[in-house]
Structures are given as C-alpha cells and as structure tokens.
Design a protein around this ligand. Structure first.
Ligand code: FES
Length: 323
C-alpha cells in the first residue's frame, strides 16, 4: 500500500455547509487514474480516515475535486476538513482511489438519484455518461437552489434535459415523487442512488421490483458522533475479544461495538463510515465465529477478516483478532 501525498490547490464554499477541495499531487507529478464513482480515504489527525467521492472528470490525473458537507454531529472529520484545512496544506491518502460504486457501462440507460452531498460521485458519472453518449437522467434532491452544490456544473454536464432538480424546502413530502420516478424500469435500465440513508432506503424500497443487480447505491451518512449510543439489536449478547498482538482482552457489551471498545482501550484502528460499508476498519480474524453484518467483505474474506465497526461474535463465541 503506497501512501499518496496531496496538496490542496483550491477550496470553494459551494453552499452554507458544503466546500469543494481541489487536490493535486504534492510532488507536482500526475495522480493515479480513476473511474467514475470512485472515492479517496483522507487521513485525518493520524487516527481516522474519511471517505470522500471524486466529482470531476473521471481519469483526470492532473487534479481531483471532492466536496465535503460540514457535519455538526459527526466525529470531527468534516469539521477538520472545513475548519483546519487551507489552500497549500498537504493531505495523505493511504491508497489510490477505490471504487465501490461503478457505472454499469453496458446498461441500456441510466437513472441517477442524488440527495445533497450525494451528488459528488454522480457528477463524475455524469461526465462519463456524457462522453459515452449514453441515455441518462439525474434527479438531484436538495432543500433549495442555494443548498445545491455544483448547480451550474451539473447543468453543464447533464444538460438541461438530463437533470431534474427537486427542492423540498426541508420537507421531504414536498420533494421527489419516488413512485412516479421508479415505478417502471425500462428494459436494461440501471439505477444509481447516492445520498442520505432516508432517501436511499425509500428509493430502494420503491425500486424493489427492479431486476436483480440493476440498483446500485452508496450511502452518504456521517459516522456516528462520539456520544451517540449504539443501540443493542434484539438478541445481541456480550462477547469477549482478545487482541493477539496487543495482548489485551475485553468484553464487548450488548449495546457497544468492537470499535468502541478498541477506542476505549486506546487501540488505533482506521475507520470511516462506522456502518459497515466503507471497508476501512477491516481487521484480521484469527479465531472465533463472527456475526458479519457489513456490506463490504465477500464470503472468502469473511473467513479471515471482520469489520469491527459493526460485526459481532455469533452467540456463545469469542473472537481473537490480529491486532
Ligand atoms: S468503518 Fe466503514 S466498514 Fe467499518
């Protein structure tokens, strides 16, 4: 894994709460190539990573553009980026852009729905779809025009016939009518959803009759705040975790996650989403049967790894981790 040093070339205040960051290589060279839908994981304060999608022309190796929503309730990643990072500063990412939200380029047509800051990967998809002369349409949901990041850029990339803006004034019932937009799937059409959990879950629900494998989504939610309590799900039980390398053993109560206990024991593990989808908190699993609750690991990985932000031990099992 090779770290990449970036320099902040420009920062723009796009809305009251969203800033864009223009990033170049710190050594003046080219950046790695990347595909539409990719994100980078920026290291923040040396102990956490935050995933931010790239929003410019895919494959651009001269610079990358990302946009970040300042979240009051988060663990501080977005506040750090908004309040502490200035033009000329260096940032580190652990690896080249990764993509868990790819375009299905062979699809007959593409329907995109973005909510708020969820526009970032969809904008990069727009560039690609335009280059491909594909059949596409974007529904972009925000509170008002003033709260709409990249408004002009979205119009330029998607074209006035390729985008519908939905401003709900803060009342989701006044926003996009998902039943109208998603009731009929065209032959070979794929759907891409990005934004807050409420919008994504509602859209996935309405699109539940769409053909398997044609609905793609990326959740844009803040990590949990430090004082946000993890609710014990029904049936959750305490279990023991042994950290082989650190020589620490602790019990994870029913209403806490492994990562909360790692933090309490001052054991450093990278994390970002804390919801099991970004992959950052992957840790080696030496023994014990895990109750995998993430959306990141595949079945083969699950034999040897665990996402410690969300997964637990199966009832009666204890876990030994490779940290
Ligand atoms: S922090 Fe994202 S999967 Fe655990």
């Amino acid at each position: 894994m090779s770290q990449i040093k970036l320099k902040v070339a420009d920062i723009q205040q796009l809305t009251n709460t969203i800033k864009s960051f223009d990033l170049v290589s710190a050594d003046g060279g080219h950046l790695p190539s990347w595909e539409a839908g990719s994100h980078i994981d920026i290291e923040i304060d040396g102990h956490m990573r935050r995933s931010y999608s790239l929003a410019n022309q895919p494959g651009d190796t001269d610079h990358w553009v990302t946009a970040i929503l300042r979240e009051e309730g988060g663990t501080g990643g977005s506040k750090f980026m908004h309040d502490k990072v200035s033009v000329g500063d260096e940032l580190t990412i652990a690896e080249p852009p990764t993509n868990h939200f790819s375009l299905e380029e062979k699809a007959a047509s593409h329907l995109l729905i973005g909510g708020g800051i969820g526009i970032t990967p969809l904008l990069s998809m727009g560039y690609r779809l335009k280059d491909m002369e594909a059949d596409f349409h974007l529904h972009y949901c925000t509170k008002s025009k003033e709260d709409t990041a990249f408004y002009d850029k979205v119009l330029e990339v998607f074209g006035s016939n390729g985008v519908t803006f939905h401003h709900d004034g803060g009342d989701p019932s006044q926003g996009i009518k998902l039943d109208d937009v998603l009731s009929a799937q065209k032959e070979g059409q794929h759907l891409y959803l990005c934004g807050p959990g409420g919008l994504i879950n509602a859209a996935r629900d309405v699109a539940s009759h769409w053909q398997d494998g044609t609905v793609h989504f990326e959740l844009f939610a803040s990590a949990k705040s430090e004082d946000e309590k993890t609710e014990a799900a029904e049936g959750d039980q305490p279990f023991e975790v042994e950290l082989k390398k650190s020589g620490i053993t602790f019990t994870v109560p029913a209403d806490k996650s492994i990562i909360e206990l790692l933090r309490a024991n001052e054991v450093d593990v990278m994390y970002a989403c804390e919801e099991g989808w970004c992959g950052n908190c992957k840790v080696g699993l030496i023994s014990g049967k895990a109750d995998h609750r993430d959306e990141f690991l595949d079945d083969t990985d699950r034999e040897n790894f665990i996402q410690v932000c969300i997964s637990r031990a199966m009832p009666g099992e204890n876990l030994v981790l490779d940290i």
